[in-house]
Design a protein. Structure first.
Lengths: 594, 297
C-alpha cells in the first residue's frame, strides 16, 4: 500500500480555506512529494461549506484517498461534519476559542489552539488559519523554513509588514504545537523531485498553448471557467487571442470562424453550454472545419449541481448535433493527461477536418495534481493535415479547386481564405465537390450519397489514428474493473487494495470514446472472469454505450451520482459485495458531506 | 505577398459565382448582389481577400452567387463566425450577408454584441420584412397588422427598428439603402467596407412573392436620401436616432451615422500587433513555456 498523508480543511466560503490549502500544496510539492487535491464546495461566494482535501506521498497520488490524517476545521460546522471521519492516529487542530470538539474515535488526537491568546485576532482575521498551518507542519515534522518561504511569496505583494506579521503568527503556531501537540507517527519524507501543482483546467489551457491554439473563446461556466482564466491571463505573452463571448452559441461559431480562417481554435464549457453548441458541431463537421470543444461535466440535468462532479454528459456528446458525421471524443484519464490529450485531439481534428470533443469533468478540471514538468511537453507533434496556406501549390483537379474533392481517405485538401486561386464557399448545406449547394435547386441523390460516404470514410482514418485501450494488471485477475476518463486513478488504487486483500484485480480504462475500438475491447474482455463497470452517473451511460457498440454486458456495475467522486473504499467494498453475489449494482454512499 | 493575381485589375467577371442566383424573378436581393460586386470592383479588392459569410434564408444563399471565399453557416450565426474569421486574419475583407429573420430574430444576440465589439466588417441585411424561404411567415421587421401564414389575422407585435437598435448597440457605421437605388446602394457598400469598424447596412430588398405590403411601389415614393439634406450631419448620434424613428410617409435612407474615433476590435487587441494570427508561429517559445510551469511550482 502506498504511504500517503492527507489534510482536510473545512470552513465557510470566504473564510480562507484556499490559502492554507495552497500553502500545504506548495510545501508538499517542494519536498518532492506527489499530491492530489480536491475541493468539495458549493455554489456560493460567501458562507455555506467547503472542504478541501490534500493528499500527498512519495509515490504517485492518484485520488483523494480514504483516510484523513489531519483535520483543520475553521468553524463549528466543519468540526461537526467531519470529526467523525477521523480514525486511529489522525489529529484535529482547531480554534478552541470558537469551536467545541465532538467525541472523536479512539486514537484520534484533539489539539486545541487558544487562538486569542496566541495572536491579536483584532488585527488579523485569519490568524486561526495561519496558526493551524504552522501547528500542522510542526506535527508533520517539516522544518519551519519551508513555511517561511511560502508565506513570503504568498504575501509579498501586500508588503514587508504583512509578510512578517504572518510569519510571526505561523511561528507561534509552529512552536506551540512543538511543545503541546503529539507529532504524527510518520514524518513526511523528502525526495529530490520537483513538481508543478496544476488543475485540469490549467493543464488543458497549457495543452492548448502547446498545441498551437491561437484562438480561444468561452462563456463563463463552472467548472470550465478555469481554462478561460488561464488563457486570459497568459494570452498576451503566448500570442493567443482570447475572447469572452455573449453565449455558447456565439462561442462555438466564433471558434469555427477562426478555425476556418486557418488557426487552431478551442473553447470550453460545461453540459448546459455544450447543449447550446450542439448545432455548431454539425457545422464544423459539414464545412469540414476542425475545432476542439472541451466539456467539463458537472452534475445535471439542467443547472444541476454546478459545483459537483459527474460523468453524465456522455450521451449528450454522442448525440450532439443531428445527422451522421465523423468526430473524435476523448476523456482525459488524469490531470496530466488533460495536457497531453489536447495536442493529440487537435492533430486528429486537423488531419480529418472534423470536430474534436474533450470530455473532462469537475473532478479533473478543478482538482489539482503534482505533475513532473518533464511530462508537460510544449513541443509536441503539430500536424495541421492537408492545409493549403499559400498559392504555390497547384489547385487540385482540372484547374478548378474542389474544396470537397472526393478522395479515398475522405480528406480533401483545405485552402484557407486569402490564398489566390482557391476561392470557394464552405456550406452548412450539402454541397458538391466544388462547394456548390445540392440542397435545393441542384438536389441530386447520387451526389448526396457520394458526399456522405466521402465524409464518413474519415471515420476509418480516425480509428487508426487513435490508440486502442490496453488492460492494466494481471491478465487472469479475479475481477476486471472497467472505467472511462477521470476514474482512472481511484480504480487503480482500488485494484491495489483488492490485490493486497487477496482479490486479484485488473483495470480497463477507456480514453477514446470515439473511436471506441470495440473489437480491441472485446478482445481484451474475452479472457476476463468477472467484469464490473465503474462510472460516475445514474444510468450507466458508458455501460449502455459499450453494449450498443459491442453487445458486451458486464457482470455488474458500480455507480455514483451524488455529485462527489469515488473514494477507493467505495469501489473495494462494492467489488466484494458483488463477488459474493449480493448485488449486481452497487451505489456507494459518500461519507464526506458538503 | 504580391502575386500575379494581385496585380491584375479586379473585374466584374472575377466576381461571378459558380451558379446563378435562384431567387424569384424581381427579388430585391439581385440588386444587392450586383451592388456588392460593383463596389468590390470599384474598390479593386481581389476576390481571394474577401470572405462573404451568411446564415440561412433566401438572402443567405448570397455567398454561393459571388466568387469570393464564402461561408454559408447556420441560421443566425453568420456574425459570430465572421467575428472569428476577422480576428484570425484581419487582413481579410469580411462581408456578412443575410436577412431580417436571420439577423434580428434568431441571430439577435450576436447582432447586438458584435456591434458593441466594433468588429471590422460590413453587415448587409436584405430586409424584406418576411420569412421567404419558409414560405411567408411574420419576421421581426414585419409591421403591425401585416397578415402572413403564421399570423393570418394580422401581426400584433411591434417590429424591431434595426437602425435605432444598431445605434443603441454601438455600431460605428449605420446606414440604410433601397435595393432599387443601385448607385446609392453601391456607394454605401463602398463606404461600409472602407469604414474601420462595424458597418451596418439595412437594405430594403422587397420580397415579390410573400410580402404584398412593402413592395417596390410602396417604398419608391417614401424613401428620402439623407444625403439630399445638406444640413444632415451623420456624426451627430442624437440626430441619427431621431431620423431612425421616421416611418410611413417619409423613410430616410442613406448614412445615418458614422464615427471613426474608436478602434475596431482587432485594432484594440494587443495580441494582434504582430500581425494576423493566421501567420503566427504555432509554437510558443520554450523559455516562455517553462515560465508558465514555474508559476505552478
Amino acid at each position: 500500500m502506498r504511504q500517503t498523508f492527507a489534510v482536510g480543511i473545512g470552513g465557510a466560503a470566504g473564510q480562507g480555506v484556499a490559502t492554507p490549502g495552497d500553502i500545504f500544496a506548495k510545501i508538499f510539492s517542494r519536498r518532492g512529494l506527489h499530491l492530489n487535491a480536491y475541493n468539495a464546495y458549493q455554489s456560493i461566494i460567501r458562507g455555506g461549506h467547503t472542504f478541501l482535501t490534500i493528499r500527498c506521498g512519495p509515490e504517485r497520488v492518484t485520488n483523494m484517498g480514504d483516510r484523513l490524517d489531519l483535520l483543520i476545521p475553521l468553524n463549528q460546522d466543519a468540526m461537526d461534519r467531519h470529526l467523525g471521519l477521523l480514525t486511529d492516529g489522525a489529529a484535529c487542530v482547531y480554534n478552541s476559542d470558537t469551536i467545541k470538539p465532538g467525541v472523536p474515535a479512539d486514537g484520534v488526537g484533539l489539539f486545541p489552539l487558544p487562538v486569542s491568546k496566541l495572536a491579536d485576532i483584532t488585527r488579523n482575521k485569519v490568524a486561526q488559519n495561519t496558526l493551524a498551518v504552522g501547528a500542522g507542519l510542526s506535527m508533520m515534522g517539516i522544518g519551519f523554513q519551508a513555511l517561511e518561504e511560502v508565506l513570503t511569496e504568498q504575501f509579498n505583494k501586500k508588503g514587508e509588514a504583512v509578510v512578517s506579521e504572518n510569519i510571526g503568527i505561523a511561528r507561534i503556531g509552529y512552536d506551540y504545537a512543538t511543545v503541546n501537540f503529539r507529532p504524527f507517527a510518520w514524518p513526511l519524507p523528502m525526495t529530490g523531485n520537483r513538481y508543478a501543482v496544476i488543475s485540469g483546467n490549467i493543464a488543458m489551457a497549457m495543452g492548448g498553448a502547446a498545441a498551437g491554439v491561437k484562438f480561444y473563446c468561452a462563456y463563463p461556466m463552472s467548472p470550465s471557467t478555469g481554462v478561460l482564466h488561464w488563457m486570459a491571463a497568459h494570452a498576451r505573452k503566448a500570442g493567443i487571442m482570447v475572447r469572452q463571448v455573449e453565449d455558447e452559441i456565439g462561442v462555438v461559431n466564433m471558434a469555427i470562424g477562426a478555425a476556418h480562417a486557418g488557426v487552431r481554435s478551442m473553447c470550453a464549457t460545461s453540459g448546459g453550454g455544450f447543449a447550446l453548441m450542439s448545432e455548431g458541431l454539425g457545422l464544423s463537421a459539414m464545412m469540414e472545419t476542425p475545432v476542439v470543444v472541451i466539456d467539463c461535466q458537472r452534475a445535471g440535468p439542467s443547472t444541476g449541481v454546478p459545483t459537483k462532479t459527474e460523468q453524465g454528459d456522455l450521451w449528450q456528446m454522442l448525440g450532439a448535433a443531428f445527422g451522421d458525421y465523423p468526430r473524435a471524443i476523448a476523456a482525459p484519464l488524469d490531470i496530466g493527461d488533460c495536457f497531453t490529450i489536447i495536442p493529440e485531439i487537435f492533430n486528429i481534428a486537423d488531419r480529418f477536418q472534423c470536430p474534436g470533443i474533450v470530455l473532462c469533468d469537475l473532478l479533473l478540471s478543478e482538482g489539482r495534481l503534482s505533475v513532473d514538468p518533464k511530462d508537460l511537453d510544449f513541443a509536441p507533434v503539430i500536424d495541421r493535415g492537408e492545409l493549403i496556406t499559400t498559392a504555390s501549390s497547384e489547385p487540385n483537379g482540372d484547374g478548378v479547386y474542389k474544396r470537397y474533392k472526393i478522395t479515398e481517405s475522405g480528406v480533401s485538401p483545405r485552402a484557407i481564405p486569402g490564398v489566390p486561386g482557391y476561392t470557394h464557399t464552405a456550406a452548412s448545406d450539402e454541397h458538391e465537390e466544388d462547394g456548390v449547394l445540392i440542397s435545393d435547386e441542384f438536389t441530386n441523390p447520387t451526389k448526396r450519397r457520394a458526399m456522405m460516404e466521402k465524409r464518413m470514410r474519415k471515420v476509418a482514418g480516425i480509428e487508426a489514428a487513435a490508440p486502442p485501450p490496453v488492460l492494466w494488471g494481471p491478465r487472469d485477475a479475479e475481477v476486471t474493473l472497467i472505467g472511462w476518463g477521470s476514474t482512472k486513478g481511484v480504480i487503480e488504487e482500488a485494484c491495489e487494495i483488492l490485490t493486497e486483500q487477496g482479490i486479484s484485480a485488473n483495470q480497463l480504462q477507456i480514453r477514446w470514446l470515439v473511436p471506441l475500438h470495440g473489437d480491441a475491447i472485446l478482445d481484451i474482455l474475452k479472457g476476463t472472469r468477472h467484469t464490473i463497470i465503474v462510472e460516475n452517473n445514474y444510468s450507466g451511460q458508458f455501460a449502455r454505450y459499450l453494449r450498443s457498440e459491442t453487445s458486451f454486458v458486464p457482470d455488474g456495475h458500480i455507480r455514483k451520482y451524488d455529485g462527489e467522486p469515488f473514494m477507493p473504499h467505495h469501489i473495494v467494498e462494492a467489488v466484494k459485495e458483488q463477488l459474493s453475489g449480493k448485488s449486481k449494482l452497487s451505489v456507494p454512499a459518500h461519507e464526506i458531506l458538503v | 505577398m504580391a502575386t500575379l493575381a494581385d496585380t491584375k485589375p479586379v473585374a466584374m467577371a472575377d466576381l461571378k459565382g459558380k451558379v446563378d442566383p435562384d431567387w424569384c424573378p424581381g427579388c430585391g436581393d439581385f440588386g444587392v448582389l450586383a451592388a456588392v460586386q460593383k463596389a468590390l470592383v470599384e474598390l479593386q479588392i481581389p476576390n481571394h481577400n474577401v470572405v462573404t459569410i451568411s446564415g440561412i434564408g433566401c438572402s443567405s444563399n448570397f455567398p454561393g452567387f459571388i466568387n469570393t471565399y464564402g461561408m454559408h453557416t447556420l441560421h443566425g450565426r453568420a456574425l459570430a463566425v465572421a467575428a472569428g474569421v476577422k480576428l484570425a486574419n484581419h487582413d481579410l475583407t469580411v462581408l456578412v450577408t443575410g436577412g431580417d429573420g436571420d439577423g434580428f430574430g434568431i441571430g439577435g444576440n450576436h447582432f447586438v454584441h458584435n456591434m458593441r465589439r466594433n468588429v471590422d466588417l460590413l453587415y448587409i441585411v436584405m430586409d424584406n420584412q418576411i420569412y421567404g424561404l419558409t414560405t411567408g411567415q411574420t419576421s421581426p421587421t414585419s409591421r403591425i397588422g401585416m397578415k402572413t401564414k403564421s399570423m393570418p389575422f394580422g401581426n400584433i407585435e411591434a417590429p424591431v427598428n434595426p437602425i435605432s437598435l444598431a445605434l443603441a448597440a454601438g455600431a460605428t457605421f449605420v446606414a440604410r439603402a433601397f435595393s432599387a437605388e443601385q448607385k446609392h446602394l453601391t456607394e454605401l457598400i463602398k463606404q461600409g467596407i472602407r469604414h474601420k469598424g462595424f458597418s451596418f447596412l439595412d437594405v430594403f430588398s422587397p420580397c415579390v412573392t410573400y410580402n404584398h405590403d412593402n413592395t417596390y411601389q410602396w417604398f419608391r415614393p417614401r424613401v428620402k436620401k439623407l444625403e439630399d439634406d445638406p444640413a444632415y450631419d451623420p456624426s451627430d448620434w442624437m440626430a441619427a436616432m431621431g431620423k431612425s424613428l421616421l416611418w410611413d410617409e417619409q423613410i430616410p435612407i442613406g448614412k445615418f451615422f458614422e464615427r471613426t474615433d474608436l478602434p475596431s476590435l482587432h485594432e484594440a487587441e494587443p495580441v494582434l500587433n504582430a500581425g494576423p494570427l493566421v501567420h503566427a508561429d504555432p509554437r510558443i517559445p520554450l523559455d516562455l513555456a517553462r515560465s508558465f510551469v514555474e508559476e505552478l511550482m
